[in-house]
Design a protein around this ligand. Sequence first.
Ligand code: GLY
Length: 353
Amino acid sequence: MEERQVVICENLEAEVRTFLASLAYDKVFILTDTNTRAKCYPAISGIPALQGAPVITTEAGDTHKSLEALARIWSYLSEGGASRQSLLVNLGGGMVTDLGGFAGATFKRGIRTVNIPTTLMASVDAAVGGKTGINFNGLKNEIGAFYPPLRVFIDCRFLGTLDRDNILSGYAEMIKHGLISSMEHYTRVLLYDIDTMNYAYLNQLVGQSVAVKERVVAEDPRERGIRKALNFGHTVGHAYESLSFREGRPIPHGHAVAAGIVSELYLSHRSCGFPKEKLSQVVRYIKEYYAPFPFDCGDYDTLYELMTHDKKNEGGVIRFTLLGDVGDVRINQSVPKDAILESLDFYRENFGV
Ligand code: GLY
């Protein structure tokens, strides 16, 4: 049986220690950002194989997922004597795992990487599945590679250091995994009370959520087809996110995805018969936890234009991933422009904005 790439840890230190002890490599390097260097590195620094390992620390924040930061990592690896037999351990959120993953993909044409995600977003999405890259020319993830890490070690203990917005951001991807997978998983995700934050239970839920992503990625690692399921909520969601940035009132990625899920469930209902009661159920859940994202009909042209840049589009036509029901994924769906605008109305009407 093939080994799972993702390990859900009860004891991160022990899992990583055992793994590194069983692996042949010449040198190991650690990548952190300024936050994870201070808050998370102590959780792994006692592992014998990591004692004395060089720590490369990059600035925190998505703006630093840049060519300059990448070049600094390449220089560090090169000057530190890294070879193709070396290992790069990425300790951080999605910014660190994307950047370090791409550094690993490109240094000497590829060295092995290990991801230790420290945010919920990275645990259930960014650190898993092999998408790596940097922002370029003002465009998010414009340059990158599909380059799976050797292992991903997830420990929800790190989530205790995150604020509520950060947790909610990752949880939006878990709602998405619930919707694209099965009624069983969907129900569990929608029953979870984010306010009480039972970390032990969250660890289990994260394990199930990541397994949804792993199954999809195993079937279609390079996003030729069914991997587009993982983009549910993201066509409209990315447009909301970009609008928020353009207007200088940025919202976290997952909050934009939650709003995008609302609009795309409306489209799913209208075009693919997604059941109305489930639509209402998800809208209620998102309304309960996520702040509304205000915009008005003067923003519709911009939002539509932003959707025309989505990576899933073909021949200039906006292609959505929609749902006929929970677990019934329909990729490459085109819908009339008036329906897309209605989906923006639907969001505004339900969220009172
Ligand atoms: N975040 C979507 C994917 O990894 O395909």
